[in-house]
Design a protein around this ligand. Structure first.
Ligand SMILES: O=C(O)CCC(=O)C(=O)O
Length: 286
């Protein structure tokens, strides 16, 4: 990975809540990741189809097959993969990429050792659903780390038409405008009130979301987008005819301990818990 000035990148990340590193992954790494991602996507599709063929659900599969990917179907199409997780645990080549490349890079950016907190791929098949406006901390706060950096890698080029992620870096201004809609403050970072339950569970309340300035971030597979767990983000549905797969690897500070195994043990136990479905177009009912 190519990273010119880690300190500058770290400053941008702190200031805006996200930063885009263009052309950061070398050609060979891109090709390797695309191959590994293709294998994992095929495995996720097989897991979902098998769970349904055997009369079970993706939830029962996740709770009984603890070394395999955790697959979550789309809310609008239960036979279609929305997301899969536990890639580091299930795929040795992905694990090598995270250990050898991603964790060292993000640790340089933050200036301190980082560890893996969670990972996922959002498939966003053609017509696949939009992610409502949310802050990741609304979901992560139920686990010990208080600070996170997520690395987004676009396996398929992400464009406005296929539902690339949009960020709102002006959320501190919105926090001043809407103090009544701040649920809690975390070292100067606001967590906005959210919708509880229903298909929009976890979305930032519309009064706030409607006044944020949303910036779409288009990216290629060679780019890396880093963002923290407070910057609001959302994405549109995939209006194109091809999938828009994106990998999200979330790291937390090593000083706050290792929580990857505990996170996924809890998710396997409580697959339908709403905290695992914040602002996500995932199938909710067993
Ligand atoms: O994949 C997307 O378009 C958005 C993903 C996202 O915001 C999330 O998974 O929290």
């Amino acid at each position: 990975m190519r990273l010119k000035d880690a300190t500058d990148v770290g400053r941008s990340l702190s200031r805006c809540g996200y930063v885009v590193l263009r052309d950061c992954l070398a050609g060979e790494a891109v090709r390797d990741l695309q191959t590994v991602s293709g294998e994992m996507s095929a495995a996720a599709g097989t897991i979902l189809a098998e769970a349904q063929r055997c009369g079970g659900t993706a939830a029962t599969h996740a709770s009984s097959r603890v070394s395999e990917l955790i697959v979550v179907p789309e809310s609008a199409a239960a036979s279609r993969v929305c997301r899969y997780e536990f890639m580091y645990g299930a795929n040795p080549r992905f694990r090598e990429f995270v250990d050898a490349t991603l964790i060292p890079l993000v640790s340089r950016v933050t200036g301190e050792p980082m560890v893996l907190f969670k990972d996922k791929t959002n498939e966003k098949a053609p017509g696949g659903g939009a992610f409502g406006p949310h802050q990741d901390f609304a979901a992560y706060r139920f686990f010990p780390p208080r600070s996170h950096v997520t690395a987004l890698i676009s396996i398929d080029a992400a464009q406005i038409a296929n539902g690339c992620v949009q960020f709102a870096e002006d959320y501190q201004r919105a926090a001043q405008q809407w103090p009544q809609h701040i649920e809690s403050d975390h070292g100067g970072k606001p967590l906005f009130a959210t919708i509880a339950g229903g298909p929009a569970h976890g979305d930032i309340v519309p009064e706030v979301a409607g006044t944020l300035s949303w910036v779409p971030v288009e990216s290629q597979c060679s780019d890396l987008v880093l963002f923290d767990s407070f910057v609001p983000h959302r994405s549109g549905a995939n209006a194109s005819s091809a999938a828009r797969r994106a990998i999200f690897v979330t790291l937390s500070r090593a000083a706050e301990g290792r929580h990857y195994e505990a996170y996924y043990a809890e998710k396997r136990r409580n697959y339908h818990d709403p905290k695992f479905h914040v602002a996500t177009p995932t199938w909710r009912l067993p």
